[in-house]
Write a protein of this length. Structure first.
Length: 107
């Protein structure tokens, strides 16, 4: 990509410094340079689109505020987790399991 960009910049500099057209051969050379510039720009745009597509498909990152919250919670010296499993959410649901773990326990 760097080489293509360098080539494009060189061709553009040549075109900008060209001054008025001096004959048919000069015109043909300029037309060819400008065609080359357009072709290389098209290739760069395609490559950039591929890079954007890859960036678009990167996995989502968690929000920073959630990471700060999680670190703050884990910093509590007396952190305990309580999990209560029930048969449902209605008033007549029954508790079927209770688990209590401190931060250093493994499930």
């Amino acid at each position: 990509m760097d080489e293509a960009l360098s080539l494009i910049n060189g061709l553009l500099a040549t075109e900008q410094a060209g001054g008025p057209v001096n004959g048919l051969d000069d015109l043909m050379g300029r037309l060819q340079r400008r065609l080359t510039i357009r072709q290389h720009l098209t290739l760069l745009e395609l490559e950039l689109q591929r890079v954007r597509e890859r960036e678009h498909h990167l996995p989502a990152l968690p929000p920073l505020i959630q990471m700060h919250w999680a670190q703050a919670v884990l910093a509590f010296p007396n952190l305990v987790f309580l999990e209560v499993d029930t048969t449902g959410l209605s008033a007549d649901a029954e508790i079927i399991r209770v688990v209590v773990l401190d931060a250093q326990s493994s499930p």
